[in-house]
Write a protein that binds this ligand. Structure first.
Ligand SMILES: [Zn+2]
Length: 863
């Protein structure tokens, strides 16, 4: 699954409050034959299935999963059996009366269920056709445990089975699933009965069924048919994804050493949105929300285009790593998600070198992981998961971003060829099966002919970020003796405990060959580097650690900044910024780094600086000090903006295009008059021509306009939103309605939540948008309207959603309000997200206190 951008940045999301037990062993499903008949108008469906099971020890009960299903019939080997439902455990318990014998048996069920309005189980996406008429697409979302809302199943990843799915589609609609249809039969009433071919052995959370008024376009990649499925009228926007998927299929067939095993691979675009995820790796039928898959050349930015490649690459990597080989249990979700996230950049480095994916990963993904891992609320990558709440909370920044960073560190340590040999061995050995993480370490160790488990365990079983500190360097006999110590880096004092890792690290003197070292323990460790000169620690920032230089060492880094590799420049900016926030050094080291960046430097450097600086003004109190910092940010970035301009030069490259997006956003949000005027001018043109704003700057320009909106501007935006027929554009306009910094306009936005003008997912994204600028207002609104808010978000997001709205608050009373909300509204098991948010807020207050004076002083400096 690919997290939604907003959800990935939250330290955790949580799910509703009920415990699930793990299903007892002894009864294993072999095949399912499932028929589901949706009634899209009534938002209900009926289902029936037969399940062939193997009983390995005699049992008097058979236990499987079901949630929110009304079971009307259950039979065992053709005889009716009594059953009961344990709603808390989401289990269906059959009691046949006498012991069921060892061997094969057949179960059959009939039931009815609900079609949901948000993404859990079978759900509906409502949108407008291009002519404005209403349309409804039905699709499924089953990860983590929501297949049980579709059919009674052994809904745990280790119970792999073969699935045959059948359904009935209304006249004029097409149904689609994991496998191609083996038969489509027209019925007398105009509907079509679809029967899809049997899947290979797979986990239930990877099933998929969808139907709607769609178009499909295909390309062949070897023997595999790759398809894109969209609402009618936009299938050509899938051309970019189809072309990338074709390249990626060849790339992955080679990388994993196993050919993609299904006859087809569809990519389905749903014209909706979710607070929880952007795309899902259903085997052979990957589901995406539309902006993650379809490239609209008239409206998408360069970063939007790169995001499409990233998400397609992530989901396709899962077709092997996750779908072909699957974790035994959710404890090891990190391995699925960390690997797929790492593969996004790996494949991009190889297929799109002009995007500098490795450097971008240092500045963004790695930095994101280090951020969420730097407070006392963090947790080890691997942790035991038992309840549905905990499964939902497992999809967090640690799982995705730290998982990715640790896998990247292991690849760098073992070497790319050796690492790939280990992955190929793992795929060959465990295909169609399930594994635990240590089985991957075994295959990597076998390939490397050296054990990797010790380092891997240090980084997956303990929480936190290592800090490697250079205490001294000496030139001795033509070589440099580097003295290193290690500890734990954190923003809050309570997390700064004595802790060590075995940190593999390359370091060296600039211009000389690197040396490899493993930093162990806390005592001073000497490492000899070849030659004398400027020492660079953690070369290419391949290891998951912060590094701090001695004063002389840092002065040398600043002096030679232009000679460093781009990855080391970006990593140094990130480390120095964080070390100031953690109280390990002053902010002036970071500003010295920035001072060493020339105006013509790689655009990624200025993009990173712009993002870091936009974090600074919130550190000082509202009023003159904050205004001064905002003005200083504008003065610092204006010369860069002057160089890139509002209009793309023909051959400027992807990085300049993404830098321009960031600069417009940061400058416009900090009051740059020229950028704000430009946004007003372009919005006025947009009201006459929907494509008036050039695509490369459309999203940031609209963001700036909405942020600075006057009452008249906001009314104009609302009129545009209501009239908009393109569902993706409409979703983005709804979010913009919540982006105004003006308090009264934010209240206007909240008032829209009680109207029926927008769908539930649109309202959820509007509320979250208001929270970005007005966390207190959004949180108070949600608490006062909790019944309404609970209808807007998926069950998987519910427990963390409201607490997350208040996360950006400066009000000292907010942490207590979040805790009080959690205590009053959530059972104990579901309060993890709220606890982590409160802990992150506490850490932020400590950071603010440490750097406030330095930030204010910087704001007062001229130039
Ligand atoms: Zn994923």
């Amino acid at each position: 699954m690919k997290k939604s951008l907003a959800a990935a940045l939250l330290s955790a999301v949580a799910t509703p409050a009920f415990a699930v037990g793990q299903l007892p062993p002894g009864v294993t499903p072999l095949t399912y034959d499932i028929t589901v008949r949706p009634n899209a108008k009534a938002m209900t469906f009926s289902g029936e299935e037969t399940v062939a099971v193997e009983v390995t020890k005699p049992t008097s009960t058979i236990v499987l999963n079901a949630a929110d299903l009304k079971i009307s019939r259950a039979t065992l080997d053709g005889k009716v059996v009594s059953f009961r439902i344990d709603e808390a455990k989401q289990q269906l318990i059959l009691s046949p009366g006498s012991a069921v014998s060892v061997g094969k048996h057949s179960l059959a069920f009939a039931w009815t269920g609900t079609i949901n309005t948000s993404a859990a189980g079978l759900f509906a996406i409502d949108y407008s056709n291009t002519d404005g008429s209403p349309a409804r697409m039905l699709v499924t979302q089953f990860e983590a445990p929501d297949a049980r809302r579709f059919a009674p199943l052994w809904d745990e990843p280790a119970f792999k089975a073969r699935f045959t799915i059948s359904t009935v589609a209304p006249a004029g609609q097409t149904a689609f699933s994991n496998m191609p249809a083996s038969s489509v039969t027209k019925q007398a009433d105009g509907t079509s009965l679809y029967r899809f071919a049997e899947t290979p052995k797979m986990s239930s959370y990877l099933m998929f069924l969808g139907m709607g008024d769609v178009e499909r376009k295909t390309v062949m990649a070897g023997k595999t048919e790759i398809g894109v499925i969209t609402r009618r009228g936009v299938v050509d926007q899938g051309d970019y994804s189809l072309a990338q998927a074709k390249r990626l299929l060849t790339y992955y067939n080679d990388y994993f050493g196993q050919p993609y095993p299904l006859p087809k691979l569809d990519m389905i675009a749903g014209p909706g949105s979710s607070q929880f995820f952007g795309a899902m790796e259903n085997w052979g039928a990957i589901f995406y929300f539309e902006p993650e898959l379809l490239y609209d050349a008239k409206r998408a930015t360069q970063s939007g285009k790169q995001r499409i490649f990233t998400v397609v690459s992530h989901e396709m990597a899962h077709q092997w790593f996750g779908d072909l080989v699957t974790m035994n249990w959710w404890d090891d979700l990190w391995l699925n998600e960390g690997f797929a996230s790492w593969m996004e950049n790996k494949s991009s480095v190889d297929l799109n070198p002009e995007w500098y994916a490795a450097a971008t990963a240092v500045a963004q993904d790695r930095e994101g992981a280090l951020q969420v891992d730097s407070t006392s609320g963090t947790h080890p990558i691997i942790r035991h998961v038992e309840t549905v709440d905990q499964i939902g909370q497992a999809f967090d920044g640690i799982t995705y971003m730290k998982g990715q960073a640790v896998i990247g560190m292991l690849e760098s340590t073992l070497g790319a060829e050796t690492f790939r040999a280990g992955i190929r061995g793992y795929m060959a050995k465990y295909k169609y099966g399930n594994t635990a993480t240590d089985q991957l370490w075994q295959e990597l160790s076998a390939a490397a002919k050296t054990p990797v488990a010790a380092i891997a365990h240090d980084f997956t079983l303990q929480p936190g970020v290592p800090l490697v500190t250079m205490t001294d360097t000496r030139c001795v006999g033509g070589n440099t003796l580097v003295s290193l110590t290690q500890g734990r880096f954190a923003y809050d004092d309570s997390a700064k405990q004595a802790q060590t890792w075995r940190v593999p690290m390359t370091l060296g003197v600039l211009g000389q060959p690197d040396v490899r070292a493993t930093v162990r323990g806390a005592a001073v460790q000497p490492v000899t580097a070849t030659g004398c000169g400027t020492v660079v620690l953690n070369h290419e920032k391949a290891s998951y650690a912060r590094v701090q230089y001695s004063p002389a060492g840092h002065a040398a880094i600043v002096r030679d900044f232009a000679k460093l590799k781009l990855t080391d420049q970006l990593g140094t900016l990130g480390d120095d910024f964080a070390l100031a926030k953690g109280g390990n050094q002053r902010l002036d080291r970071y500003f010295a780094d920035v001072g060493a960046i020339g105006i013509e430097a790689n655009p990624l450097l200025w993009q990173t600086v712009a993002s870091q600086m936009s974090d600074l003004d919130g550190r000082v109190a509202k009023g003159p000090a904050r205004d001064a910092v905002g003005a200083k940010i504008v003065r610092t970035l204006q010369p860069v903006m002057a160089r890139v301009g509002f209009t793309a030069a023909g051959d400027e490259g992807a990085l300049t295009a993404t830098l321009r997006e960031t600069l417009i956003s940061v400058l416009g949000d900090h009051g740059d008059a020229a950028v704000i005027a430009k946004s007003r001018e372009l919005f006025a043109a947009l009201q006459k021509n929907p494509d008036a704003i050039p695509a490369p700057i459309r999203a940031p320009i609209l963001g700036v306009f909405a942020h600075n909106a006057t009452s008249a501007d906001w009314d104009a935006l609302l009129a545009l939103t209501v009239a908009e027929k393109n569902p993706v554009t409409k979703n983005s306009y709804v979010r913009l309605l919540g982006a105004a910094k003006d308090d009264a306009l934010a209240q206007n936005a909240l008032a829209l939540l009680s109207t029926d003008r927008f769908t539930a997912p649109q309202k959820a994204s509007l509320l979250r948008a208001v929270a970005n600028e007005h966390p207190d207002m959004a949180f108070d609104f949600a608490v006062a309207h909790i019944a309404l808010v609970n209808t807007l978000v998926e069950t998987s997001t519910r427990a963390g959603f409201v607490a997350g709205l208040g996360a950006g608050s400066d009000d000292p009373a907010m942490p207590a309000k979040i805790n009080a909300f959690a205590t009053a509204n959530l059972p104990k098991e579901a309060r993890g997200a709220a606890t982590r948010i409160v802990s992150t807020m506490a850490a932020r207050r400590q950071v603010d206190a440490r750097i406030r004076d330095d930030v204010a002083a910087w704001g007062r400096t001229s130039s």
